[in-house]
Design a protein around this ligand. Structure first.
Ligand code: BGC
Length: 447
């Protein structure tokens, strides 16, 4: 019997976007004017940690971008910190706007295309105190900030991501209560989701109009949607299947379906949403893991157990590594929407850097298979460039390609940074990489 395995190589198109994603509060440091900073001071983070100086990226952005350039990245996703731009209501800080202009110019000078998120979870303290997006004028206040940013920086940006993971924000902040404002009010969560649908649609129109008025040419506008692949434990168990469908509906569809049906789902009141179908040039997929749903119907029919499948590969976060989820979701999203897809986040927190490389290689393979079957994928942003502040888990979840010293802020690239850099340079995941790091995939492919 021969143990010869066929060569397996995954090639991506020439114009594919390669890079990483970061967010302002998780990396910049010193974001003292937002609601997360206040939340941290109340001891709400694991081990009572605070974001503090984070990765000091605010001061070290040039060094970080220089490394990205050396690593052959051709794009990078950042977020603009609203609380820096508008620390008190209506007072815009020009020097902070100028800072982001320098950030964007530095990226561009290095041939790194910026993907810019207007809002990644943090709210200026004043806006949060007024009731966040639930206050009457909330949306208008956000749009006033967005207008200023687009007018000042739009000439440098070809890809916009209006908002990040609206469902995750609404669920943790208003349903589970683990994020600010710490509420457990299911119907409020639904209201926030509904409001954030309009925030995206209005921001989309605002950006398009500003580009038209200024003659700035084409730009692509979308948002980043978090998806989880849900499966039922014991696929034939009727109750498990039912709760799985419910979770798929809530997590994956509630905020996504309106964009291809043009209607609110019934849970959000039903009815047509004006312009929803025309407000996406692409959709951003944030994908990390699979979750199995189980319910002990005789013990407690209201308690759903969400967990990784038994005996599977897991991350330090206890998330199940399941690359096929990204394959299925990319195909599904493309089939429903008929729009390009950008993988705006995908990554692993682990202390085992070989596992990280394996994770990247297998997820790229999953994307590539979806592309071979017709999905139009524009690029891949690994989460994250640096180990950074992971919200409620503080600094305990290393997602980065680069570690850093928390005192000196010295950057320490991991092996994964090197391997990812080779992938970005050649637009190819090689057979050698599969053999060395992605054994499970090799086994599956050569069966
Ligand atoms: C968020 C990031 C977060 C990452 C890992 C995504 O939900 O956009 O801010 O760090 O997942 O948990």
């Amino acid at each position: 019997m021969s143990n010869h395995h066929p060569k397996y190589e995954v090639k991506f198109p020439k114009d594919f976007l390669w890079g990483t994603a970061m967010s302002s509060h998780q990396a910049e440091g010193g974001n003292i004017f937002n609601d997360w900073w206040a939340w941290e001071q109340k001891g709400k983070i694991l081990n009572k940690q605070v974001s503090g100086d984070a990765c000091n990226h605010y001061e070290m952005y040039k060094k970080d971008f220089e490394m990205m350039e050396q690593m052959h990245h051709n794009s990078h996703r950042i977020s603009i910190e609203w609380s820096r731009i508008e620390p008190t209501e209506g007072n815009f800080n020009q020097s902070e706007i100028d800072h982001y202009r320098k950030v964007l110019l530095d990226l561009k000078k290095r041939g790194i295309k910026p993907v810019v998120t207007l809002w990644h979870f943090t709210l200026p303290h004043w806006f949060a105190k007024q009731g966040g997006f639930l206050q009457k004028e909330g949306r208008l206040k956000f749009l006033r900030y967005a207008r200023r940013v687009v007018e000042e920086l739009g000439d440098l940006i070809d890809i916009w991501c209006t908002i990040n993971e609206p469902f995750v924000y609404a669920n943790f902040g208003y349903n589970e209560g683990t994020w600010p404002p710490g509420q457990k009010k299911f119907f409020r969560m639904l209201k926030v989701i509904k409001e954030l649908l309009h925030v995206h649609i209005d921001a989309y129109q605002l950006i398009k109009e500003t580009y038209r008025n200024n003659g700035w040419g084409k730009t692509m506008v979308g948002f980043a949607k978090s998806f989880i692949w849900f499966d039922a434990v014991n696929k034939r168990g009727l109750y498990n299947k039912l709760v799985t469908e419910i979770y798929r509906y809530f997590y994956n569809k509630l905020y996504f379906k309106p964009f291809y049906t043009g209607k609110y789902s019934l849970l959000l009141g039903g009815g047509k949403i004006h312009d929803a179908k025309d407000s996406l040039d692409y959709i951003g997929i944030n994908y990390y893991f699979r979750c199995e749903c189980r319910i002990d119907i005789w013990k407690n029919p209201f308690k759903v157990h969400l967990q990784p499948a038994a005996d599977v590969e897991k991350t330090l976060f206890n998330w199940e590594v399941f690359p096929d989820g990204l394959y299925h979701l990319t195909k599904l999203v493309h089939r429903k929407l008929h729009k390009p897809v950008l993988i705006t986040e995908n990554g692993i927190s682990t202390l085992d850097d070989d596992q990280r490389i394996s994770y990247i290689v297998r997820h790229l393979d999953a994307i590539n298979r979806a592309m071979a079957e017709g999905a139009d994928v524009m690029g891949y942003m690994y989460w994250s460039f640096l180990d950074n502040f992971e919200w409620v888990e503080g600094y305990t979840q290393p997602f980065g390609l680069i570690a850093f010293n928390h005192k000196t802020f010295e950057r320490m690239p991991k092996k994964s940074a090197q391997v990812y850099s080779e992938i970005c340079k050649n637009g190819t995941v090689t057979n050698a990489m599969f053999n060395k790091y992605a054994k499970r995939l090799k086994e599956r492919k050569s069966d």
